[in-house]
Design a protein around this ligand. Structure first.
Ligand code: NAD
Ligand code: UDP
Length: 320
């Protein structure tokens, strides 16, 4: 049994990770400032003997005694990370510095939640970990992309200079229950729009691609990487099945009914044109690969949003 800190633990991925860590019998501290996370995601854990919740912002230092740190604190949706761009880059960079400082002091192993966004608008396809990326350093997505790249740099430098035991996971688009209803990412947007009888908002022509990973697969990969004895190189974790955004909209139409309409909206600035993980390293080093396909994952996710919308309707909350 280990003492494990999960920053961003009240968020979408963090809350699923904590469920799994508690199932394994660990003691878990969830640290979150509730910017995009929610108590609803961890409410079922509040009375658990091995669970503690700390409201804290990772841009401030904190002293704790732990064996492992999963550093997930950071808004992940473009809408949310661009809402306060300066705060986003501070969260990535200062959060990494504070968590690495803590890891160094208490000799904890630390895993950084990095992202496929470190590849920017990639010129290499599919993306292999050796690829250095094609990132605009001054665009609207830079606060997130460059923040995450700097966090990776800090991880490597703390390892080289201070022998901190690091793990770096590059997460590709992941979806599932507990995404916020107003998260703004494409899977949750499309499901919520379809359930509300609104058209699906496809940005641009919808020819840009993404590869969607179901949350359970992602959490398995993240836990395997943390448990690996020695792998300090970045590891891509994602589902290599690539879809255009129009194909995603069609998959949702297929499940929720062909009367669901599509509406085109302007393409956001610097929106990557293609994204697909090469997961050879994850397969070779971790023996990991995803198991849940898109249609199956969507069917597991939709009931969650149905329930959330029903709860909001019941208390009379008007959705924008
Ligand atoms: P999320 O927004 O649901 O979770 C992020 C959590 O971090 C929230 O609970 C939020 O309140 C918390 N947080 C934000 N700023 C903080 C701060 N300054 N101090 C403390 N807590 C703070 O997003 P998610 O999808 O669960 O993402 C979790 C992590 O995984 C993020 O680091 C994200 O960049 C990374 N990631 C996610 C995806 C994905 O597809 N879900 C893809 C790539 C990377
Ligand atoms: N997108 C869309 N409609 C939406 C939300 C997103 O067409 O309502 C597109 C977006 O332009 C991008 C892709 O879907 O090409 C994935 O967007 P998301 O915000 O989920 O994450 P990203 O991979 O861009 O960080």
């Amino acid at each position: 049994m280990k003492r494990i800190l999960v920053t961003g633990g009240a968020g979408f991925l963090g809350s699923h990770l904590i469920d799994r860590l508690l199932e394994q019998g660990h003691d878990v501290i969830c640290l979150d400032n509730f910017f995009t996370g929610s108590k609803d995601n961890i409410r079922h854990l509040l009375d658990h003997d091995h669970f503690e919740l700390i409201r804290h912002d990772v841009t401030e230092p904190i002293l704790l005694e732990v064996d492992r740190i999963f550093n997930l604190a950071c808004p992940a949706s473009p809408v949310h990370y661009q809402y306060n761009a300066i705060k986003t880059i501070k969260t990535s960079v200062m959060g990494a510095i504070h968590m690495l400082g803590l890891a160094k002091r208490v000799h904890a192993r630390i895993l950084q939640a990095s992202t496929s966004e470190v590849y920017g608008d990639p010129a290499v396809h599919p993306q292999v970990e050796e690829y250095w990326g094609n990132v605009n350093p001054i665009g609207v997505r830079s606060c997130y992309d460059e923040g995450k790249r700097a966090a990776e740099t800090l991880m490597m430098d703390y390892n080289r200079m201070n022998k901190v035991d690091i793990r770096i996971i590059r997460i590709f688009n992941t979806y599932g229950p507990r995404m916020a209803i107003d998260d703004g990412r494409v899977v949750s947007n499309f499901i919520v729009q379809a359930l509300k009888g609104e058209p699906l908002t496809v940005y641009g022509e919808g020819t840009q691609t993404r590869s969607f990973c179901y949350v359970d697969d992602l959490v398995n990969g993240m836990m395997k990487l943390m448990d690996h004895d020695s792998e300090i190189r970045p590891v891509n974790i994602g589902n290599p099945n690539e879809f255009t955004i129009l194909q995603l909209a069609e998959a949702i139409q297929e499940i929720l009914g062909s009367n669901v309409q599509i509406e085109h909206k302007p393409l956001p600035q610097d929106d990557p044109t293609q994204r697909q993980p090469d997961i050879t390293r994850a397969k070779d080093v971790l023996g990991w690969e995803p198991k849940v396909g898109l249609a199956e994952g969507l069917k597991k996710t939709i009931p969650y949003f149905e329930q959330k919308l029903a709860e909001l309707n019941k208390i009379g909350v008007k959705q924008a």
